[in-house]
Design a protein around this ligand. Structure first.
Ligand code: UDP
Length: 359
């Protein structure tokens, strides 16, 4: 059996790591295509090195383009590779432009499409990711969902009547965290070690609705600066898109900051932090896995179960006073026993189901 995996953005490198190992262990041949959506070494190469990902069989150069052009260029470049490789399945992850382009290419070429992290919805169609998820799910032959909520979303959209296989396997990010946590490590690029010697907030921010709207970005910068000075120091590895927008709008983030870090450094920061503030999908769950309270800087989240159990709270575009929200959250008793993300063997289940050809 042969699978072509199409990845291109940071979270996809992380999600693919445990799956690649499982495919390999079951003797499934994998050919990886890196679309080049993320191309900075700290957004791409570092994951291949640290997580020992299989080197891509093909590397496209589709980064740094407007969304439409990016998806178009990916499609053009993916098609001849898929025609040459003739896989049994095309495997895509999550909700990025690489996911959508991979899905379109596979579907147009009649190759069965497999979507890992299927069924997630924010119900906000202004999010580019929401469109990518819905379209990719609809084109897929096999949907691997991470949670009950994702299953329910698919049922609500009528997927139960479509000719598609759906299997809830758990969350591959849970697998990744468990495999790599023992290797977590500090790196000097994170900043001076003393920054991490007292309780601190680990913060990340990169989502379109937060960084592309100058008013929202300004508000969040003020809120983060206020938390840093008045509640607890904040450390933020700054996403390249955010850095660009901060410069463009002359906004000054006064928190401890640095370039994006590798996954092993992120895990180290998660182990040592007291709190997480983020608009990242992945980091919300990692905060939960590591039993760190999290505030999500968005109007909604796909990981609704974390809100339900109280491990995560939203700080929406209508909310003010992040510092107060953080203090309130920090004094809360959180029950971390929820087991709805599986038991860390999602990747193995995915590989087994693909090999067996049935669910
Ligand atoms: N991450 C990382 N280095 C960083 C920031 C994030 O390795 O500097 C990891 C983070 O721990 C999580 C993943 O990247 O595993 C999340 O990716 P991102 O926030 O870019 O995307 P999203 O999860 O929102 O799709």
């Amino acid at each position: 059996m042969k699978v072509v995996t199409i990845i291109g953005a940071r979270p996809q490198f992380i999600k693919s790591a445990p799956v690649s190992i499982a495919l390999q262990n079951l003797g499934i041949e994998e050919f990886t295509i890196h679309t080049g959506q993320h191309y900075d070494p700290e957004m791409s190469d570092v994951f291949f090195e640290e997580m020992r990902l299989p080197q891509p069989g093909a590397r496209l150069d589709c980064g740094n383009l407007d969304h439409t052009l990016m998806v178009g260029k990916m499609l053009l470049e993916l098609s001849p590779i898929l025609a040459r490789e003739q896989p049994d399945y095309v495997l895509v992850y999550g909700d990025t432009n690489s996911t959508l382009a991979g899905a379109l290419a596979a579907t147009k070429m009649m190759i069965p499409l497999v979507h890992v992290e299927a069924g997630l919805r924010s119900f906000n169609m202004d999010m580019p990711e929401e469109m990518n998820r819905i379209l990719t799910d609809r084109m897929s032959s096999v949907l691997f969902t991470p949670t009950n909520a994702a299953d329910q979303n698919l049922q609500n959209e009528g997927f139960g009547t479509f000719p598609v296989k759906i299997a809830q396997v758990g969350d591959v990010m849970f697998d990744a965290l468990h495999s790599f946590l023992p290797q977590s490590s500090y790196h000097p690029s994170m900043g001076e070690p003393h920054i991490f010697s007292t309780p601190f907030v680990l913060a990340t921010m990169h989502r379109f609705e937060n960084v592309n709207d100058p008013h929202r970005l300004k508000q969040l910068v003020q809120e983060l600066n206020n938390v840093h000075y008045n509640v607890m120091p904040v450390w933020m590895p700054v996403h390249p898109s955010t850095a660009k927008k901060l410069t463009e709008h002359g906004l000054v983030l006064k928190v401890h900051q640095g370039p994006p870090v590798g996954y092993l450094q992120m895990l180290w920061a998660l182990e040592h932090c007291a709190f997480v503030l983020t608009d990242s999908g992945g980091l919300q769950k990692e905060a939960f896995f590591m039993k760190r309270p999290c505030i999500t800087l968005r109007d909604e989240t796909e990981w609704v179960e974390l809100i339900e159990i109280g491990a995560n709270e939203l700080f929406t575009s209508k909310d003010t006073n992040l510092a107060k929200a953080l203090e309130r959250m920090a004094s809360k008793e959180i029950n971390y026993t929820f087991a709805g993300y599986g038991s860390g063997n999602a990747a193995l289940k995915i590989a087994e189901i693909l090999l067996k050809g049935s669910i």
